[in-house]
Design a protein around this ligand. Structure first.
Ligand code: MG
Ligand code: MG
Length: 286
């Protein structure tokens, strides 16, 4: 075991919350939540990761989310944990082609109750959403531009509502306020994010990780696990680049530019490389 301190986790929290896209996320940060999320993952023997953000205008899912799923999955597997991936049918082909074959998958037409039943079927697990849109106060899912994408979105948020009801730990990673978990800070989303009142997700989580892009939040969780456990778990830059390239080859697009290119949320590769380097620096003792 390492001797990671709360200050180490706060450093990671601050790093991943860099906001080069100027999305107004700083007020959404919850001090201590990244460390608590890491504790929950470290304590779990099984983790279900929910991701996949479909962009109807591009007829593709976006490059924010899946690379984060890959990094967390590899880290958790290295720690001997069982990892399951969940997405919905609009994203499932691309996830599979990128090496993230879903263990379960629902149609956008699925009933929330049928999705929720998965929690009981799976048994004890920690539930982690990475860049996964969820419904707002009006019951509809919105993208950051305020467009209703409910017809393209399975009600995977019901997993988190159900898990919370039975006391299983839930973690949300997001960068815009419309993702599962952001209900924890719904009033702050409404006050500080453009269109926040309209797009903010009502679904809360136990531990919220707020990041400049959600892949960074996922890396932050991996960095936190590395600090807590005392062994290196972050991907190398080469690995991270290769995963993103695989996602693009699988048909994923940048969520901001809608281009099929190895960028995330409109941010060029150097932004991601710098952030990864900074996180590796924060873990330099492990
Ligand atoms: Mg987002
Ligand atoms: Mg994003």
């Amino acid at each position: 075991m390492s001797s990671a301190t709360p200050a180490d986790f706060e450093r990671i929290t601050t790093l991943v919350a860099r906001d080069p896209g100027d999305r107004g996320i700083a007020p959404l940060l919850v001090p201590g939540d990244l460390e608590a999320a890491v504790e929950a993952l470290a304590a779990a023997s099984r983790v279900v990761i929910v991701s996949g953000f479909f962009i109807p205008a591009a007829n593709a899912c976006e490059t924010d989310g899946p690379p984060g799923v890959w990094a967390v999955r590899e880290a958790l597997r290295a720690l001997g944990k069982e990892v399951l991936i969940a997405t919905d049918t609009p994203c499932t082909l691309a996830f599979g082609a990128a090496g993230l074959e879903p263990d379960f998958c629902f149609d956008p037409e699925a009933e929330a109750a049928a999705v929720a039943a998965t929690v009981e079927e799976q048994g004890p697990a920690a539930w982690l959403a990475i860049e996964r849109v969820g419904p707002g106060a009006d019951g509809k899912c919105h993208n950051m531009r305020g467009v209703d994408i409910t017809p393209h979105t399975a009600p995977l948020h019901a997993l988190f509502d159900a898990a919370r009801l039975v006391g299983q730990p839930t973690i949300g990673v997001g960068d815009g306020g419309n993702e599962i978990g952001m209900g924890k800070v719904a009033e702050r989303v409404a006050a500080s994010v453009p269109l926040g009142a309209a797009i903010g997700c009502r679904v809360p989580c136990d531990h919220l990780v707020v990041a400049g892009t959600s892949n960074w939040g996922a890396w932050g969780l991996v960095a936190g696990l590395a600090l807590k456990i005392g062994r290196p778990l972050l991907p190398t830059r080469e690995e991270a680049d290769a995963v993103l390239e695989r996602c693009v080859a699988a048909g994923m697009v940048d969520g901001v530019t809608h281009r099929r290119a190895p960028t995330v949320d409109g941010l060029a590769p150097q932004h991601h490389a710098e952030l990864l380097l900074a996180l590796q620096g924060a873990c330099h003792d492990v």
